[in-house]
Design a protein around this ligand. Sequence first.
Ligand SMILES: [Ca+2]
Ligand SMILES: [Ca+2]
Ligand SMILES: [Ca+2]
Length: 323
Amino acid sequence: MGIIIAMMLSVAAIVVGTGLLTNSSVSSVGTVADAWKAMEVRHGEIYRTSLAAVKRDTVDNDSLDYTLKNSGQVSLADFDAWDLTVQYYDASGNYMVKWLPRTTTGLANDEWKITGIYIDTASAISEIFEPNVLGASEEMVIRLKLAPAMGDGTNATINIAAPNGATLSETFQFLYLPSDDFESGGLTGGYGWLADWAATGNASVTTIGTPHGGTHHLRLQNSSSYIERSANLAGMSNLRLQFWAKVDSFEAGDTAVALVSSNHTDWTTVKTWTSADSDDTYKFVDIDLSSYTMSSEFWIAFNSGMDDGGDKFYVDDLVIVRS
Ligand SMILES: [Ca+2]
Ligand SMILES: [Ca+2]
Ligand SMILES: [Ca+2]
């Protein structure tokens, strides 16, 4: 409505201006006519141009990938002239309003950049026609980074305006992707979880046994030591569970497993460690979660099947990331 009112006022101004210029030079009249024509073109573009929100993906605790679509009929470019503002709350509940400049190089705090233009982001088909132009029905992924970071579970509003008048405004909930480096020293650390780790048996965070990172890691010993944690991953896609794991003093028959579940009822074993892995050396584990239902309460767990306290299974630097 604001745009329409502004346009009507502009029309009124030009009509008045045209009247005043009746006796002026032909070139002045021509200039007004050109301005009028330019405005008509712009007017048409506003109505044939629109932006639509597609999805948003947390990259890490301070960065977000925002996917939008050119749902109009006019190609969009001139990205330096786009306006992007964000309203959000930080982890302390402070309300922030920021206009972010665009960068084409590295992404610093309080900046945004274009990470790709696609015919279809879901199938990762890159644009073919007019490179670096957001053509009709093409999708664009922009990454923005904020300092201070958005608070987990808070509502944020993103406003995007292209120079020809196309705008997009969306309010969404910002959710961290889960991570834990166990440096809290207990079962309550990390980001992006619905609750703390829940452990039974001999599962604990310890400094013993040389962690992969920092000074603490998770250790399971004996049989039936079990630890689980859940996160809200609803609507997210192409996620991977990544962590470092180490096996020490497993003999034949000793096992440890990693499990995932979309509902806390049906569990899938996604990785098993045996005595063949028992070299007391941290190894990177990368599990593709794309075949599992990303639910509002997605679970991961570790379970031990060793037979004494000298058999140790360690986990450190655990994250869920986007592919
Ligand atoms: Ca650690
Ligand atoms: Ca042993
Ligand atoms: Ca054993």
